[in-house]
Design a protein around this ligand. Sequence first.
Ligand code: 23J
Ligand code: MN
Length: 267
Amino acid sequence: MEATLLSQFAHALAAHKIRVIDLSQPLEADTPIIQLPPEFGKSAPFHLEEISKYDSRGPAWYWNNFSCGEHTGTHFDAPIHWITGKDYPQNSTDTIAVEKLLAPACVIDVSTEAAGNPDFLLAPQHIRTWEDQYGRIEAGSWVLMRTDWSKRKEAAFLNIRQDGSHVPGPHPELVPFLAKERNVIGWGSEGVGTDAGQAFRFEPPFPCHSVMHGNNRFGLASLTNLDKLPPKGAILVTPPLKIVGGSGSPCRVLALVEASSLAEGDW
Ligand code: 23J
Ligand code: MN
């Protein structure tokens, strides 16, 4: 019998011809949380509370209660998260069409630029240079900004100064270009949110939230291991928890990558 697409896929996984890369950060009490100005509501950090651990509270079982804000650690932003996306049908974590939770990724490596400038903004000209090398960003792709920011720890990750946070992100002109002229499914960043640290000063404020969600597109924040992905060819698996009416959720983001496209020494 002829091999079906999925049987070929199963064999490729078993033979490690397709690798699975974890793009998620660990979720624990000191997972960094976005800091907004004090007049706004606060997102709660991750909290774990033991229910029982093979003890009098439950002799044969271990389990925990956990709590956190929807936008904690590596997480998915749904269109309903922003006022501009509030009226789309199927715009929350429970109703987004599941086919949209598997999609190809384009990885734009600006780690060198970001290392020298924490306020680096990815502009349309960087995308055009990338496209000259790797071809046009296909409709329905994620665009992931590789900054290596995820290698930073604690205070250096949020990078807060007197005038707010300084973290790289998309230029305000890039977001409408990606949403409308490239028809991307969403934008992913290594920073605590999808927008740049100083994006509250941009016009519009928080353009990645405002314009991506305003076009019914998604976001992924606090990604890691983008340095292990090829510029093109990875498939992302990004299902948020099925929170009814949820604006987002922590997400175990996985990338499927053909082993032949991986850099030597990654495995
Ligand atoms: C609320 C307000 C502003 C921002 C955010 C949330 C996020 O970054 C987020 O996690 O969605 S910038
Ligand atoms: Mn978010």
